[in-house]
Write a protein that binds this ligand. Structure first.
Ligand code: BEZ
Length: 253
């Protein structure tokens, strides 16, 4: 996993947490419930849940993110833990619910992450998760790869995992979950500023810039190619597609 610039993330990509507010509604956590935010980023959702009396803790694989989250919310339980490692989660089998927003698409080892989420829950506990789904940022990825090919640059391996509804349901079921809902939907996401697309690529998609002799020229040409597809109403819009799932750890397991 790559190191994150937590301040840049907070300054320009706060939409990640704000779009997650619909997930919190779906989670419907009650005061006193124990909730794990799996991939808590800079801690927004943990703080919001705690403010509602929920016993929420957060884990994130990025020490930079956890440090920033602790600075912002010193009283919250926030820990560095990689979702590929079930043993790293505090209080296994202790959570009434697990929430995960915009992190599972960074873990190609989906089976290991699903096993960790399952093991974190008490029997009968529920999972509410959202990640990039199949077709996510297809325009950005396709055009960047075409430009790389035009420049005789290699096609870099993708760090992302964008599953279909059926594919991800199978991963969850193979881990023991009962899937109770799944939705795949477009969520065009406004990127701040005239250079919003370039800022997004630098922050999240450095592999698409690898070995480019002139990064600025690459981003400028990519922006020119993507403008007809992703620039409208005076702003850049990333072509996000979300996969939202709900599942339970059956009572008997
Ligand atoms: C996403 O939230 O869909 C996403 C974010 C960064 C890179 C790729 C996808």
């Amino acid at each position: 996993m790559r190191p994150w610039d937590a301040e840049l993330y907070d300054a320009h990509h706060s939409f990640v947490a704000s779009y997650g507010s619909g997930l919190l509604a779906l989670l419907d956590a009650q005061p006193g419930e124990r909730v794990l935010d799996a991939g808590c980023g800079t801690g927004e959702h943990v703080a919001e849940l705690r403010a509602r009396g929920v016993d929420a803790v957060g884990v994130d694989a990025s020490p930079e993110m956890v440090q920033r989250a602790r600075e912002r919310f010193p009283d919250a339980g926030l820990f560095v833990a990689d979702l590929r490692d079930g043993d790293a989660i505090p209080a296994p089998a202790g959570y009434d619910a697990v929430l995960s927003n915009a992190v599972l698409h960074w873990i190609p080892e989906a089976e290991r992450a699903a096993a960790t989420l399952f093991a974190a829950l008490r029997p009968g506990g529920r999972l509410v998760a959202e990640l990039g789904g199949s077709g996510n940022i297809a325009a950005i990825d396709t055009q960047a790869r075409r430009l790389r090919a035009d420049l005789d640059l290699s096609g870099p391996a993708s760090p992302w995992y964008f599953p279909s509804v059926a594919g991800y349901a199978r991963v969850l079921e193979d881990s023991g979950f009962e899937v109770t809902g799944a939705w795949l939907f477009d969520r065009p996401t406004r990127l701040e500023g005239e250079d919003g697309l370039s800022t997004w690529i630098r922050m999240f998609a450095g592999h698409l810039l690898a070995e480019a002799a002139d990064t600025e020229a690459f981003l400028s040409e990519l922006s020119r190619r993507l403008r007809p597809l992703l620039y409208r109403d005076g702003a850049w819009w990333a072509d996000y597609r979300r996969l939202r799932v709900t599942a339970v750890r059956p009572s008997g397991l």
